[in-house]
Write a protein that binds this ligand. Structure first.
Ligand SMILES: Nc1ncnc2c1ncn2[C@@H]1O[C@H](COP(=O)(O)OP(=O)(O)OP(=O)(O)O)[C@@H](O)[C@H]1O
Length: 289
């Protein structure tokens, strides 16, 4: 099964403008500069992970990309259009960081997913919405919960309903903020398989993650934020056997004086980088583990 993209462009992906082009993005919230000049380009068909320590600005960046938080300076273009009404929003799926999918009115999972088919002036779901919603729920392993009230679902299942809502649109660009946080390993693997299938069809993905986990095989590029700035933009780190060897030396963020690993490589914690040689008992698993 494969979800059709919202459009089936004859133009090759590489010839089309990037899915995301952000230049010099500054965001100020309250009295703090949260993003301090972020440049980010995501080409069509790319799968990019946005990583960084808590509070580094990942959620703020994706919110600024989709226009939820205002830019103090900078520019964003999505799917070739300047941020604003010209963006083809119907072709874009956004899944916010874990929030309850529960609404004031009790809704079934199927209804919440169908709400993803509404956009712009469309106030009624399109013909065949039920089958589309079911297919999207099937993709996240919840076909059997279509008629369950969302408030009866677990937090992880509610998150999967929100993912299904984004997928139901057949998005060209999918932006996900920590989609697998709090989701069990089998569900993470099922989600990774779904995303693999969708990206094979040319979907572009920007995904905020704390660790690559089950999505590691899909990720083509990692962008790491620190204190509102991009500090790495490139290949995902590879965990190698040599990494764990007693002679291996590397830079690694530590959370305390005793050198306990605080996180994965590339500054995913705010702790200072220190240089060390691990003992065999102390294995650096790397970001891709
Ligand atoms: N509405 C707001 N007003 C003021 N500060 C805010 C607001 N929203 C977020 N912040 C601050 O902005 C900083 C970045 O927050 P953000 O949620 O973008 O980080 P993050 O990298 O996504 O973190 P996490 O990994 O914990 O989700 C944090 O210091 C946060 O306290």
């Amino acid at each position: 099964m494969s979800a059709p993209l919202a459009t089936s462009p004859a133009e090759p992906l590489a010839a089309r403008p990037p899915a995301i082009e952000a230049r010099g993005v500054h965001v100020r919230l309250g009295s703090s500069d949260i993003l301090r000049g972020v440049d980010l380009t995501v080409a069509r068909g790319e799968v990019v992970a946005l990583l960084g320590a808590n509070g580094s600005g990942k959620s703020t960046l994706v919110k600024s990309l989709v226009g939820i938080v205002p830019l103090a300076a900078g520019h964003v273009r999505l799917l070739g259009a300047e941020l604003g009404p010209r963006v083809p929003w119907a072709h874009l799926g956004y899944v916010p960081q874990r929030v309850s999918a529960q609404t004031g009115v009790p809704s079934t999972a199927e209804e919440v997913v169908a709400s993803g088919l509404l956009h712009g002036r469309r106030i009624r779901p399109p013909r065949g919405w039920r089958a589309t919603a079911r297919e999207a729920l099937d993709r996240v392993g919840l076909a059997d919960r279509a008629h369950s009230a969302v408030h009866e679902l677990s937090g992880g299942q509610q998150q999967r309903v929100l993912i299904a809502r984004a997928l139901a649109r057949g998005p060209e660009l999918l932006i996900l903020d920590e989609p697998v946080a709090g989701v069990d390993q089998p569900s993470q693997e099922a989600f990774a398989a779904t995303l693999t299938e969708l990206t094979r069809d040319g979907m572009t993905v920007l995904v905020v993650l704390h660790e690559l986990g089950a999505l590691a095989p899909l990720i083509q590029r990692c962008v790491v934020l620190r204190h509102g700035l991009v500090v790495h933009d490139g290949e995902p780190p590879q965990a190698t056997a040599a990494h764990a060897g007693p002679d291996h030396e590397h830079l690694h963020p530590h959370d305390d004086e005793h050198g306990a690993p605080a996180g994965i490589d590339m500054g995913l914690t705010d702790a200072p980088l220190t240089h060390h040689t691990p003992t065999p008992a102390r294995v650096d698993r790397g970001a891709a583990s």
